[in-house]
Design a binder for this molecule. Structure first.
Ligand SMILES: Cc1cc2nc3c(=O)[nH]c(=O)nc-3n(C[C@H](O)[C@H](O)[C@H](O)COP(=O)(O)O)c2cc1C
Length: 233
């Protein structure tokens, strides 16, 4: 989709997926503004608005933070290659989805420092992680949907965790705020396939657990996939 081409809200919801390969061009300030404005319109518990967004583009702190994050992403991916068996089974066939995913991930982490904008989504913690998360992840999805609407893409990630202390010190993030997600953003590079999920009927129940909802249909052309590694992993 060309930048700025309109996309309806429902189409945006059905087609927004993880984007990990970016053109290095910076996001124009008005686009960055719309994306971050949209994030800040998300709901929070009691409308506390206890989220903050640290945007890293090309300032001195941003360059240093991207390099710290780049190292952490490379080591995060290297561990996942082993734990999720990306080099074994179907991963050995160069054209399998697993091998294609592994190439995308490798490109992503190898080029992390060139990501045009990286957003650290922060939340002031009050409760347990589930409740705190409920006041920041809607904003993250707003951000990704706004990016999609403007022809950009991104992905919610957690590979900042190993370097969170270093980032806090560099960016002067107060101790009561947790970094809930790192979201790289940019104009997508190359082709991206459709969103594929399990059939909605397997995921939506009516009246009792595991009873498929009889009223549930999917738009024609919806594509499916099995779940990833494990719901518990
Ligand atoms: C809670 C959560 C954590 C995630 N952590 C990472 C991560 O650390 N690194 C990464 O590359 N992607 C991460 N993702 C992105 C998922 O892998 C991605 O959304 C999922 O595989 C679906 O991809 P698709 O939309 O392209 O089909 C995360 C997504 C969520 C919702």
């Amino acid at each position: 989709m060309a930048i700025g081409e309109p996309v309806s809200l429902l189409d945006g919801l059905a087609t927004t997926r993880a984007i990990r390969r970016f053109h290095p061009d910076p996001l124009p300030p008005d686009h960055l503004s719309t994306i971050l404005f949209s994030a800040t319109r998300a709901p929070t518990g009691s409308n506390r608005q206890n989220f903050r967004f640290m945007v890293l583009t090309d300032g001195p702190n941003a360059r240093r933070a991207k390099s710290i994050l780049g190292e952490s992403f490379r080591s995060g991916w290297a561990k996942k290659v082993e734990t999720d068996g990306y080099r074994s089974g179907s991963g050995e066939a160069p054209n399998s989805p697993k091998a294609r995913m592994a190439r995308t991930m490798q490109f992503f982490v190898d080029n992390f420092e060139a990501t045009p904008a990286v957003v650290l989504a922060c939340i002031k913690t009050r409760h347990d992680s589930l409740i705190d998360g409920a006041s920041i992840y809607p904003a993250c999805q707003n951000l990704l949907l706004a990016a999609r609407a403007l022809g950009y893409g991104g992905v919610l990630t957690g590979w900042h965790r190993e370097v969170e202390a270093e980032l806090r010190e560099l960016l002067e993030i107060p101790s009561e705020y947790a970094i809930a997600a790192t979201i790289p953003l940019g104009r997508p590079l190359g082709n991206h396939g459709p969103v594929r999920r399990r059939p909605a009927k397997e995921l939506v129940f009516d009246d009792s657990w595991a009873t498929p909802a009889p009223w549930l249909t999917e738009p024609s052309g919806t594509q499916h996939t099995a779940a990833g590694p494990s719901e518990n992993g």
